[in-house]
Design a protein around this ligand. Structure first.
Ligand code: COS
Length: 404
């Protein structure tokens, strides 16, 4: 579970500590029996149902529509992802997608939309998905070409292809981002909820990845949905997507942290018991150096992840830079930590079925999805350049500006 001493830091309240304890117990006792890497669809369905029955998905949506609180509590989301990822990447995935797949509704939905789509997700009765990426528009969603055009006054007609869609094929509904043409680029997109089974929505391909999760390519062809399914205003789709990612990007960092903590726990156990050169691996200074670097990476990641989460929970409207830093640092650090754990295991670390081998496959996609590391660097540098430009302008006008 998240480090006890860390949980006593002022980032957290008593409710976070009791939540961490409860989800750790769930992750240790219930999760292992629900994960079957050879049948990820059925595993995800079971995990979602179990997370819903245990009440944890109430934190993935807002109150009073099945959720626990009127706002998404990012610290709780991060604690859930960190703890579930420690147990199994697939359990983290099942939890995370319920939140990301309804994030636009929680943040921008009308009362009717919230009532319709949130409470079943909170109970684990419905599975949610977020469909932003396209074959030619991943890091640059403003370049998307899937269209939603008026079909009479009460309907939209969707045409195009979405890919890398988590829960694709098993989701009950998809938030689909489409070009509606109010303006060029980012200002001409809208978000639309499409329910599974709507004629014109087809799952064209299931995607097999190094760490198997349910992922698919979707095709929309004359797919007719009510205008009432649009989430946010026409032309606000990019803002809806980015504001949702502002909340969920730091939680990707938290998942990386959970995977890294698990790798470290495995490495500590291995280093303490493996005999080598008449001592244990842990007695060798090179091993100690690796362990120390792992701890430094883990603790730095934890601070950035929970700094971003805490800042959002204090009511900050945008935490774009903080979330980007949390995701960038924690996912890159997670990869390094897990790589070192594999090295400490030696040959046993690359055996199929060994936990560190599984972690090695699980961590890789986190440096790519929900904004690749390169995108996070762009976001961070842009924020700094904008702050610098504002300071320079203020100084030229004889004013001083304090950085937020
Ligand atoms: N919250 C609210 N609004 C936001 C926002 C946020 N976090 N981020 C940007 N916006 C708004 C901006 O204010 C701007 O609005 P105006 O035009 O009214 O000023 C608009 O959105 C466009 O913003 P920007 O100019 O920054 O857009 P860019 O196209 O330059 O964005 C990046 C560039 C790379 C930052 C963006 O495309 C991105 O995050 N890409 C990664 C997407 C991703 O995560 N893909 C993975 C698939 S999802 S699993």
């Amino acid at each position: 579970m998240p480090d006890q001493a860390f949980l006593r830091l002022p980032f957290f309240e008593a409710r976070h500590r009791s939540f961490a304890q409860a989800i750790f117990e769930f992750a240790s006792t219930s999760v292992p029996g629900l994960v079957d890497h050879h049948d990820v669809d059925s595993s995800c369905r079971k995990l979602v149902r179990a997370l819903g029955d245990a009440g944890f998905l109430r934190h993935a949506v807002i109150a009073p529509h099945g959720g626990e609180r009127p706002h998404l509590d990012v610290r709780t989301l991060c604690l859930a992802r960190e703890t579930l990822a420690f147990a199994a990447g697939l359990a983290d995935f099942a939890f995370a997608m319920q939140g990301l797949g309804t994030g636009p509704v929680s943040l921008f939905g009308t009362r009717e939309q919230k009532e319709r789509w949130l409470s079943k997700v909170a109970k684990g009765e419905h599975i949610a998905a977020f469909a932003l990426s396209e074959p030619e528009a991943g890091s640059d969603p403003a370049a998307m070409t899937t269209t939603a055009t008026a079909d009479g006054s009460a309907h939209l007609r969707l045409d195009g292809v979405k890919t890398w869609i988590s829960n694709g094929g098993i989701a009950d509904h998809y938030v689909v981002f489409c070009r509606t043409g109010e303006a060029a680029g980012a200002r001409g997109l809208s978000a639309v909820m499409v329910e599974a089974g709507t004629p014109g929505l087809e799952i064209t391909e299931r995607l097999e990845t190094i760490a198997p999760h349910p992922l698919a390519t979707l095709r929309f062809e004359g797919c007719r949905v009510p205008v009432a399914n649009r989430i946010g205003g026409p032309g606000e789709g990019f803002k809806v997507a980015m504001a949702t990612l502002d909340v969920f990007r730091s939680t990707v960092g938290a998942a990386a942290l959970g995977l890294a903590r698990r790798a470290f726990a495995e490495a500590l156990r291995r280093a303490s018991t493996r005999k080598m050169f008449g001592a244990t691996l842990a007695d060798l200074q090179l091993t100690q150096g690796a362990l120390a670097e792992m701890v430094a990476d883990i603790e730095a990641s934890a601070l950035l992840v929970y700094r971003a989460a805490w800042t959002k929970d204090q009511g900050a409207e945008r935490i774009t830079k903080e979330a980007a830093l949390a995701k960038l640092v924690a996912t890159e650090a997670g990869q390094r930590v897990i790589d070192k754990a594999v090295q400490i295991f030696g040959g046993a670390g690359v055996l199929s079925g060994v936990k560190v081998e599984e972690l090695y496959r699980e961590i890789r996609a986190l440096r790519i999805y929900e904004g690749a590391s390169e995108v996070q660097k762009i976001v961070i540098a842009r924020a700094e350049l904008a702050a610098h430009a504002a300071e320079s302008l203020a100084a030229a006008n004889g004013k001083s500006v304090r950085r937020s």
